[in-house]
Design a protein around this ligand. Structure first.
Ligand code: ZN
Ligand code: ZN
Length: 458
């Protein structure tokens, strides 16, 4: 019962004794015993239990990282869908909430758009049970091979659209789950290959092609299309600054960070993101309509910001205005606090230095306000366990200082507040290029505190 069994397609519930033992070993997480069993002729790596679950599905479901790795090394089929309700190993990975296993499945070629018997994808299943890290990972996965297609000349091309050396840095930007434009510009800036006008031009054109491809493919992927478009916009903005400015990308970073008078809200950044969304070339896309519907009625400076709406739409993650996110680059897990106001956090000194030219204007006010109430700036959006975009825009203005100095173009008129594509255009895009004030930028920011526990007080 050995050789023949290894070549026939496994049937549900037809397990050998050794295969039943294998499933128990997987549940127990015993890698050594599993390795031994997988070497036996009467153990098939893609055998199916009564419910149509493979050993890989069992391991993913139980969150057994090493076991998943072992099974994949032994040829486990990541896209097997013999499960009675159409669940895949990726769905079990997402449900388990283990991001490492989810990433492993994706790297092994798991299809992200397979649906189960009730029409749900793995990302939707993970979102349903609140496993947002897995949702983010699935929604942002884009295989390197898909990008590398453009590094080979196609048809009559003499040269490929993307020089092969640009594939790695561009793929890094595509895979980032932090859509903060500051972070993206930083990624461009730190790559000597990318921070070049010729390279940026090629990259943004490839991003535009990928966007079109995501829209035109049979199962249109609006989320990925929007992300590709957004990245293209950021790259184009970098290109414009590289061509026009002497101080190059630093000027763009400052424009994006510059807070308006009064409350320090980075209005150029908000307008830039709104403008990117507005320029999405496929007007009929449902996602675009949803984004516009969520953003257009919101006054600049109110919640939700365009950044949080876009992030939720593209990654499934809620952006909480809490102390976890770097005030400069939006990176999660920031733990260094401004020692003056103790109201903003950064991932490190570099981010704080970059922010100081504008933060110093509100730092004192934040400190005074912080001593009056608990933490007025640290408001949270309501917890949401789905990927839906239909959360209510918050109109709570209690924590935002009335801004008396905004210019006309940054105020949403009543007419503009109506939800329509046209009305997402809030002022001329050129305003983003406005040079940040360069005066009084040279003094040092207060040192940031090291990573004290959250409840630490001086
Ligand atoms: Zn940062
Ligand atoms: Zn401060």
């Amino acid at each position: 019962m050995t050789a023949q069994q290894n070549t026939t397609a496994p049937k549900r519930g037809e397990l050998t004794a050794a295969e039943r033992e294998m499933l128990q070993v997987i549940a127990a997480g015993d890698s050594a015993e599993a390795t031994h069993l997988l070497g036996r002729a009467d153990v098939r790596v893609n055998c199916l239990d009564e419910n149509g679950m493979t050993p890989l599905m069992h391991a993913a479901c139980k969150g057994q990282v090493e076991m998943c790795r072992l099974l994949l090394q032994h040829g486990a089929d990541v896209n097997c869908n013999q499960h009675e309700y159409g669940y895949t190993a990726l769905m079990f990975a997402g449900l388990s909430g283990n991001a490492e296993i989810t990433g492993m499945m994706l790297d092994a070629g798991a299809e992200t758009d397979q649906v189960n018997s009730v029409g749900r994808t793995a990302a939707q299943m993970a979102a349903f049970v609140g496993q947002h890290d897995c949702v983010t990972m699935i929604n942002n996965f884009f295989s390197r091979e898909r990008l590398e297609y453009y590094t080979r000349p196609q048809g009559l091309e003499q040269e490929p659209k993307l020089p092969p050396k640009l594939a790695a840095p561009l793929h890094k930007i595509i895979m980032t789950t932090n859509l903060n434009p500051v972070k993206m510009v930083m990624l461009v800036k730190e790559s000597p290959l990318l921070a070049d006008a010729g390279a940026l031009e090629k990259c943004y054109r490839v991003m535009d092609l990928l966007c079109e491809q995501c829209v035109r493919q049979q199962d249109m992927n609006e989320v990925l299309a929007m992300k590709m478009h957004y990245i293209s916009c950021v790259l184009q903005k970098c290109l414009a600054f590289l061509r026009q400015r002497d101080n190059k990308l630093d000027a763009l970073l400052k424009s994006l960070l510059k807070g308006r008078d009064g409350d320090g809200f980075p209005q150029y950044q908000e307008k830039f993101i709104r403008d990117c969304i507005r320029k999405f070339p496929y007007c009929e896309a449902t996602l675009l309509q949803q984004l516009v519907h969520s953003i257009a009625p919101v006054e600049i400076g109110d919640d939700p910001t365009a950044f949080s709406v876009l992030t939720q739409a593209l990654t499934g993650q809620m952006v909480l205005m809490d102390s976890e996110f770097c005030a400069t680059c939006g990176e999660r897990g920031a733990e260094r606090r401004c020692s003056d106001c103790r109201m903003v956090v950064y991932c490190g000194q570099a981010c704080q230095r970059l922010h100081w030219f504008t933060h110093k204007k509100v730092c004192k006010a934040l400190r005074l306000r912080g001593s009056q109430t608990d933490s007025p700036r640290l408001r949270e959006l309501p917890d949401d366990h789905g990927t839906t975009l239909n959360f209510d825009p918050l109109h709570d203005k209690s924590s935002v200082t009335e801004d008396t100095s905004v210019t006309d173009e940054s105020v949403v008129t009543e007419e503009e507040a109506a939800c329509s594509l046209k009305n997402l255009h809030l002022g001329p895009p050129e305003v983003i290029d406005a040079p940040p004030s360069t005066c009084e930028d040279d003094d040092d920011p207060p040192i940031t505190c090291p990573a004290f526990p959250a409840d630490f007080h001086f």
